[in-house]
Design a protein around this ligand. Structure first.
Ligand code: BES
Ligand code: ZN
Length: 633
C-alpha cells in the first residue's frame, strides 16, 4: 500500500572521515559526493523522488482566510534536477491544487494526483523539463487539514480574535504545503503571509516583533531545515524580550506569566552552547500557544511552539523548554534520516535536556526529572513487551506501513537517553562530551541514520578507547539491557516512605508535610506511589489537605485525576472535566480517557465530556481519542 519513491543516498564518507572536519556551511545532502561507502536510505513515509530531483528552497505566498478556514495562494519550489528526469513528485494530503506552472511561464502544465492514502496523502507528479528551475503550485489548504488548527475567539485567552497554528511533525506539513515532505532533504524557505489586520504572524524563521498594520509579513529562513520544521502561527500576539537573543510571543494577557516562567531561558542557551558548540539559529524565541496545542512543545527552529500548561507559576516545568532548545542540536541541526531513526532526535534530546537541567539546577534535581521519566519507561516497556509488541521496544524501528506517530513512545525518548547515559558512564564525561560535540559538528545540517551513528560511535569513541559495549543489544534488541545505569534519587526515596503511610493514617496532617515543602516532581512521585490499598476516602483526605485536583499545576493535576479514576474518587469529576475540556495536550488526555474507558460508567462519562471537549482539540489529539472511545464523527 505504501509506495516508496523517496530514496536518497547519504554520504557516509563525511561521517567516517571527520572528527575534525568543521564546515560551517548549510550542507545539503549531496548524492553526487557519495563516493566511498554509501548508505541507501528510503523514506517509507514520502512519495517524493528526491534522489532524482529535489527542492532546495521554497517560497510561500499565502493569504490566511479565517472565514473559510483556508490558506490560499502558491508555493514556489526551486529545484535541482540531478538526474535530468522528466517529472518531480511532491507529497500532498487534503490540499486543493488549482494549477501548476513552471519558471516564469504562466501557462499551466500537466500534473497528476495519485491514489489517496489516509495517512500519507497522494503523490503529486508534475511534468518538468531538464532545464526547469522553478515549479509553482497554486493551491488552497482544506478546512480539514490535519496540520492546521483554526481557533475561534472563544478558544483563545483574549476571547476577541481568532487564532491559527500549524503542526508539521511527522507527516503533516504536506497537509498545508505541497512539498517533498521527507527528513532526508533540507530546504531553506521564505514566505509572504497576509493576515487580517490586528493579528501577527510568526514562523520558524526570522520573525517580526510588532504587528504590521496591513497584516503583511515577510519571512526568511536562511538555514536549511527538513520540511517537518516549517511552522506558522497567527493570532493576537505580543512579544517580550527575555535575554539578548531570547524572547517570548504570546497573547497579551498571558505575557507576564510567560516572562516570569522563562527567566532562565537565556542561561539555558548558554549552558547548551558550552556543552555542544555554538547555537546556529540566531534567535531562540518561544511562542506560548492556546491550551489546545496537542504537544508539550515542538522544536520549530528559531521559535519553539509551547503549551501554556507549562506555566505553573513556580518555574517547575521548564525542563520542557530545555528539551525543545536541545533539539537545536539533536533533531534540527542533525536530523533523523527517517522516522525509523526517531530515537536519534528524541533520545539525544532527552539526554541533552537533562544535562542542561543539571548545569542550571544541580544533579539532585536532574536526577528527579530523569527518575520520573524512567518510571514511565519501565511501565511502557512492560506494556509493550507483554502485549506482543516487543519490537516496538527497539530503538531502531520499522514503521513502514504505520503512522510515524506510533514511534513516539518513551522508548525513543527515555531508552534512547539511557543508552547515551550508559555510554557516558562507560567512557567518562571527559571523553563523551567532546565526542557528542564532534558528532553534531560533523553531521550539522545533515540527516543521519542509526547505522551512521553506530559507525561514528565505533570509530570515534569505542575503538580508540578500547571500550567494549553492547550497542547492538541496545539498538536492535528488546527491552532495557542489564548494563543500563541505575537512576536513583534520595529525595524520592523519602517521598516514597511518606506515600507508604497513606493507608495507615487517618489525617493528612500526620504526614507532617506542607504543600510548599516539596517540588512538583516530588509531589508527582508521591501521587504515583500512593499505595494500591488506599481507597476513595483516603483520596479525599489528601485532596482536602493538598488540593491536588485544583492546584493549577497541570502535571500534578493530571497525575491526580488518573489515580482518582482508578480509585473511584469521583468528587474530582468536576475539575477533571474542566481540565479535559480546556487542555488539548495529548500526553495528559490519552491516559485519562484510556483509564475512564476501562469501566462502563467511566466510558459513559468519557463520551459525555469528549462531546464537549472535542471541538477544542487539534486533529493530533482527537485522532488518538477517537480511537480510544470508538468515536464516530
Ligand atoms: N518533537 C517532539 C514532538 C513531536 C514528536 C511531535 C513526534 C510530533 C511527532 C517534541 O520535541 C517533544 O518531544 N515534545 C514533548 C516534550 C517533552 C518530552 C519534554 C511533548 O510534547 O510532550
Ligand atoms: Zn522532543
Amino acid at each position: 500500500m505504501y509506495k516508496i519513491s523517496g530514496i536518497s543516498l547519504i554520504s557516509l564518507a563525511l561521517a567516517l572521515n571527520s572528527c575534525g572536519g568543521t564546515s560551517t556551511e548549510n550542507n545539503q545532502t549531496t548524492d553526487s559526493t557519495a563516493t566511498d561507502s554509501v548508505i541507501v536510505t528510503e523514506d517509507a513515509h514520502s512519495y517524493s523522488n528526491v534522489s532524482d530531483v529535489y527542492s532546495t528552497h521554497l517560497h510561500l505566498n499565502l493569504n490566511v482566510d479565517f472565514d473559510r478556514k483556508v490558506l490560499a495562494g502558491n508555493v514556489i519550489h526551486e529545484i535541482v534536477n540531478v538526474n535530468g528526469v522528466s517529472e518531480i513528485i511532491f507529497d500532498m494530503n487534503d490540499v486543493n491544487i488549482l494549477k501548476v506552472t513552471l519558471d516564469e511561464d504562466t501557462a499551466g502544465v500537466q500534473f497528476k494526483i495519485g491514489e489517496d492514502d489516509e495517512l500519507l496523502g497522494s503523490p503529486l507528479t508534475v511534468q518538468i523539463k531538464p532545464e526547469t528551475k522553478k515549479v509553482v503550485i497554486w493551491y488552497e489548504s482544506d478546512p480539514s487539514s490535519n496540520s492546521l488548527q483554526w481557533l475561534n475567539p472563544q478558544q483563545t485567552a483574549g476571547k476577541k480574535l481568532p487564532y491559527l497554528y500549524t503542526q508539521g511533525q511527522a507527516v503533516l506539513t504536506r497537509t498545508w504545503i505541497p512539498c517533498q515532505d521527507t527528513p532526508l532533504k533540507r530546504i531553506t524557505y521564505s514566505a509572504d503571509i497576509t493576515t487580517p489586520k490586528n493579528l501577527m504572524a510568526v514562523m520558524s524563521a526570522n520573525n517580526p516583533q510588532e504587528k504590521n498594520p496591513e497584516g503583511k509579513y515577510h519571512f526568511d529562513m536562511p538555514q536549511a531545515i527538513p520540511t517537518y520544521l516549517i511552522a506558522l502561527a497567527v493570532g493576537d500576539l505580543s512579544f517580550s524580550e527575555l535575554g539578548a537573543r531570547t524572547g517570548v510571543y504570546t497573547e497579551p494577557s498571558m505575557m507576564d506569566k510567560c516572562v516570569y516562567e522563562f527567566a532562565d531561558v537565556e542561561k539555558m542557551v548558554e549552558a547548551a552552547e558550552e556543552l555542544y558548540g555554538e547555537y546556529k539559529w540566531g534567535r531562540y524565541d518561544i511562542i506560548v500557544l492556546p491550551p489546545s496545542f496537542p504537544f508539550g512543545g515542538m522544536e520549530n527552529p528559531k521559535l519553539t511552539f509551547a503549551t501554556p500548561t507549562i506555566l505553573s507559576g513556580d518555574r517547575s516545568l521548564v525542563s520542557l523548554i530545555a528539551h525543545e532548545l536541545a533539539h537545536s542540536w539533536s533533531g534540527n541541526l542533525v536530523t533523523n534520516a527517517t522516522w525509523d531513526d526517531f530515537w536519534l532526535n528524541e533520545g539525544f534530546t532527552v539526554y541533552i535536556e537533562n544535562r542542561i537541567m543539571e548545569k542550571l539546577y544541580g544533579k539532585e534535581h536532574a536526577d528527579m526529572l530523569l527518575s520520573i521519566e524512567n518510571q514511565e519507561l519501565e511501565d511502557e516497556n512492560h506494556d509493550l513487551s507483554s502485549s506482543g509488541n516487543g519490537e516496538d521496544t527497539h530503538l531502531k524501528l520499522d514503521l513502514d506501513g504505520r503512522d510515524p506517530d506510533e514511534g513516539m513512545t518513551t522508548i525513543a525518548y527515555v531508552k534512547g537517553c539511557l543508552f547515551l547515559k550508559t555510554l557516558e558512564a562507560a567512557a567518562g564525561r571527559e571523553k563523551f562530551d567532546p565526542f557528542l560535540k564532534s558528532y553534531f559538528e560533523t553531521h550539522q545540517f545533515q540527516p543521519v541514520t542509526t547505522e551512521m551513528f553506530v559507525e561514528f560511535l565505533n570509530t570515534n569513541l569505542l575503538e580508540p578507547n578500547k571500550i567494549e559495549f553492547n550497542t547492538d543489544e541496545w539498538i536492535y534488541g528488546e527491552g532495557i539491557p542489564d548494563n543500563c545505569i541505575k537512576i536513583e534519587s534520595d529525595r524520592f526515596d523519602k517521598v516514597s516512605e511518606k506515600a507508604a503511610l497513606v493507608t495507615s493514617i487517618t489525617s493528612a496532617k500526620e504526614l507532617e508535610i506542607k504543600r510548599t515543602d516539596w517540588s512538583t516532581q516530588e509531589w508527582m512521585h508521591f501521587i504515583r506511589h500512593i499505595p494500591a490499598e488506599a481507597d476513595a476516602a483516603k483520596m479525599e483526605m489528601l485532596d482536602n489537605e493538598f488540593q491536588f485536583g485544583t492546584c493549577g499545576n497541570s502535571e500534578i493535576m493530571a497525575e491526580w485525576y488518573l489515580i482518582s479514576i482508578q480509585k473511584g474518587y469521583d468528587k474530582i469529576n468536576g475539575p477533571m472535566e474542566d481540565f479535559l475540556i480546556n487542555v488539548g495536550r495529548r500526553k495528559f488526555l490519552q491516559p485519562l480517557y484510556e483509564e475512564l474507558a476501562k469501566t462502563e460508567d467511566g466510558l459513559v462519562l468519557a463520551k459525555k465530556i469528549y462531546a464537549k471537549a472535542r471541538p477544542n482539540y487539534h486533529s493530533v489529539s482527537s485522532g488518538t481519542i477517537d480511537e480510544i472511545l470508538g468515536w464516530q464523527e
